[in-house]
Design a protein around this ligand. Structure first.
Ligand SMILES: *[C@@H]1O[C@H](CO)[C@@H](O)[C@H](O)[C@H]1NC(C)=O
Ligand SMILES: *[C@@H]1O[C@H](CO)[C@@H](O)[C@H](O)[C@H]1NC(C)=O
Length: 393
């Protein structure tokens, strides 16, 4: 390299360094002892980073930081984006009464440009799971660990989120979100600990991640479009679910969702669409499930338009208004834990249409599996194990 080029490189490097402001949470009073409440320190570091007119990075050094409720609002930020580098662990209070009735433990709201790299968010939910399991009526509902609300341009990479009281990650009202290289973990028997719940959002991708929880690995709520999920190891848990939908009469639909290269291990469902059996104007369309491996999954492929989790009198027992169309299942193979590997139970008033089954190879204890179809129309191609039961479109 010529001396001149070297000089310019030096100039660029030093100007980059000078222009990135670094905010270390310990300089704002955060204590890595797992005991001292560091919420204020994190909020003050955020306020400083957010007020910076040049790119801002918040550093969280290794250690454990106890955080109660931390709501990071970006509405008045001057910076064009905040990066958070985490080496340590953020801990929720282990006493569930402290935050168990709040909706959120950690929330980013109205932020434009937030990137989080590394670290662990630990919701310490074990005591609340035990409370719920004991049927104690006084258990709080539980809080969501990490929420992005009405925010855009989000990156989360190499982060572990674990042991949440309820949902682990919620993406609600967001656009352009990249979630990658994550570990999202909770015990298989912990109630309502959905891994990642996405709703009212577009342009979300979730890739190359491991998700094992007591509920859905990923659940997809109303108003989700252009969602990309690829390279996920899911289990334990309830699988990946579009829905539940159709609880409300007026509801935004779900469209353009790609779910590919996912392995489900020991989950109750694989790829699922579920809707309540009541009137609704919602829909599910243009969905692709591709290159999926099932390992001992109870319901590998399922559409359930009579969703009724508690099977009690509160179930509507009507007909779902949600219109399901153009859903493709392509190259789905492996083992089912039950004989019925494909179950398409569609609405009487709004039959599923444009279902495509292509190259299915699902077995049950080395035997043939079965498919069950109600009000499901579409076409097939390639290998069909189980034997197809669709009505022609
Ligand atoms: C569907 O979503 C993907 C991202 O997941 C996007 O790249 C593509 O443009 C979308 N297609 C349509 C027709 O909107
Ligand atoms: C279907 O799966 C079984 C069990 O994994 C395998 O032995 C068989 O070769 C597969 N069939 C085809 C046509 O791929």
């Amino acid at each position: 390299m010529s001396p001149l080029a070297f000089f310019f490189l030096f100039l660029i490097n030093s100007s980059l360094a000078a222009n990135t402001n670094i905010y270390n949470v310990q300089n704002y009073g955060a204590k890595p002892d797992g005991k001292t409440d560091s919420s204020k320190a994190f909020l003050n570091a955020w306020a400083a980073a957010c007020a910076s007119t040049s790119p801002a990075t918040i550093n969280v050094p290794s250690g454990k930081y106890l955080i109660h409720n931390a709501y990071f609002n970006g509405q008045t930020c001057k910076s064009k984006g905040v990066t958070i580098h985490i080496d340590g662990t953020l801990l929720a209070p282990s006493d569930y009464n402290v935050i168990g009735n709040d909706e959120n433990w950690i929330k980013f709201e109205k932020v434009n440009g937030i990137s989080i790299y590394g670290g662990t968010f630990d919701g310490q939910g074990a005591a609340l799971w035990a409370c719920k399991k004991s049927n104690n009526k006084k258990c709080p509902d539980g809080t969501t660990a990490l929420t992005f609300y009405n925010s855009n341009n989000i990156i989360m990479s190499g982060v572990t989120v674990q042991n949440s009281q309820k949902f682990q990650i919620l993406v609600d009202g967001c656009h352009n979100v990249k979630i990658q290289g994550m570990k999202v973990l909770a015990q298989g028997n912990s109630k309502n600990t959905d891994g990642i719940h996405v709703k009212l959002s577009s342009g979300v991708s979730i890739v190359n991640s491991q998700i094992g929880t007591g509920d859905d690995c990923v659940s997809i709520g109303p108003g989700t479009s252009n969602l990309w999920i690829e390279g996920i190891a899911c289990g334990p848990g309830h699988g990946i679910s579009i829905g539940s939908l159709g609880r409300k009469e007026q509801e935004l639909g779900v469209q353009n969702v790609t779910i590919k290269t996912v392995t489900f291990t020991g989950t109750t469902n694989g790829v699922r669409v579920k809707t309540w059996a009541r009137p609704s104007n919602g829909f599910v369309r243009n969905i692709l499930f591709q290159h999926i491996v099932m390992v001992n999954v109870q319901n590998p492929i399922i559409i359930d338009q009579n969703y009724c989790p508690n099977h009690d009198e509160s179930c509507p027992q009507q007909s779902s208004g949600i219109k399901i169309s153009d859903v493709t299942y392509q190259d789905i193979h492996g083992t089912s834990a039950t004989k019925v590997a494909v179950k398409l139970d569609c609405s009487t008033t709004n039959p599923c249409s444009g279902i495509v089954l292509e190259d299915l190879n699902l077995s049950y204890q080395n035997q043939q599996t079965e498919a069950s179809c109600v009000n499901a129309r579409g076409r097939v191609s390639g290998l069909q194990k189980p034997t197809n039961c669709l009505l022609k479109n």
